[in-house]
Structures are given as structure tokens and as C-alpha cells.
Design a protein around this ligand. Structure first.
Ligand SMILES: Nc1ncnc2c1ncn2[C@@H]1O[C@H](COP(=O)(O)OP(=O)(O)OP(=O)(O)O)[C@@H](O)[C@H]1O
Ligand SMILES: [Mg+2]
Length: 134
């Protein structure tokens, strides 16, 4: 799939979450997303960035502007080399948290985008890829 533009940014601390929100907002505006769709992907990105920091011990976000046929989209890939997720189905359940949270981040993010993929290996890390099409 043709990638028109791509950038990798660090996701290691709270200020990075603010930067991620700003970059995702800017890229979705550039794509011509509606205000509602901008907010959806910014919210999803925010949750995943926080998970990368809080549960994954920090990592990166790859932002990609996609062009498939006549449609355009924004693909975001969050990757860390933290402890990984032992039970992905359980982690995806609304209300499940391994500690302290509301347990709504992963399920909520999935509902805000068109495509959601989670890969994780215990002891190796976690990769979450989301895509929102215009
Ligand atoms: N990058 C990650 N690395 C390791 N575990 C993760 C990662 N992301 C999510 N998890 C696991 O999945 C669980 C569910 O994540 P989710 O974001 O839904 O809830 P939460 O972060 O616990 O709470 P919140 O509602 O505040 O986001 C987490 O509690 C954690 O155990
Ligand atoms: Mg979370």
C-alpha cells in the first residue's frame, strides 16, 4: 500500500503524549478528516500512547499517511519492548486492567478506528496498529 508520508516519534513520557496528540491532529487535518474523525483518532492515539508508556515502559509511534486507490488514511503503529501481554483477549475486555486504570483504553481505541491490530509476545513487547480512513 502506497505510503505518502511517514514519521517515527518517541513515546517515553507524558510530554510525548501531548506531542503525539498534536501531530495526529495535524496529520488528520491535512488528510481532511472531519472534526469528529480527528477527535476519534486523536483519542485512540492518546490511549495507546499512555499504554506504551505506562505498561510498555516506553517505545515509539510510527505515523503513516496512506493512499489506497482514491481513499486516504492515517495508520499509527505503537511499538514497545516491554513485558508484553499474556492474554490478549482478556486485555481487550472493557473493564480489565492489570492495575490502576479503568481498563477502557484498548477496547475504546478499537471502537474509534476502522482497523485495529494488536500483536504481543511475553518478554518481547507489544505492537498496536490502528488505521482510520477518510
Ligand atoms: N503496551 C502494553 N504493554 C503491556 N501490557 C499492556 C500494554 N497495553 C495494554 N496492556 C495491558 O492491557 C490492559 C488493558 O489496557 P487498557 O488500556 O484497556 O486499560 P488500562 O491501561 O489498564 O486502563 P485505562 O482505562 O486507564 O487505559 C492493561 O491493564 C495492561 O495489562
Ligand atoms: Mg490504557
Amino acid at each position: 500500500m502506497p505510503v505518502l508520508k511517514s514519521e517515527v516519534v518517541p513515546v517515553d513520557s507524558e510530554p510525548h503524549v501531548v506531542a503525539v496528540r498534536q501531530s495526529v491532529r495535524a496529520w488528520s487535518q491535512e488528510l481532511g478528516f472531519s472534526l469528529v474523525d480527528q477527535t476519534k483518532i486523536v483519542t485512540a492515539a492518546s490511549e495507546l500512547a499512555r499504554n506504551t508508556i505506562k505498561h510498555g515502559g516506553g517505545g515509539t509511534l510510527k505515523m503513516e499517511l496512506l493512499n489506497e486507490g482514491i481513499r486516504k488514511g492515517l495508520r499509527l503503529t505503537f511499538e514497545d519492548h516491554g513485558p508484553g501481554i499474556p492474554d490478549i483477549a482478556l486485555a481487550m475486555k472493557d473493564g480489565y486492567t492489570s492495575g490502576g486504570g479503568l481498563g477502557l483504553g484498548l477496547g475504546g481505541s478499537k471502537r474509534l478506528v476502522n482497523d485495529f491490530q494488536l500483536e504481543s509476545k511475553v518478554g518481547q513487547g507489544t505492537k498496536v496498529t490502528i488505521t482510520r480512513w477518510k
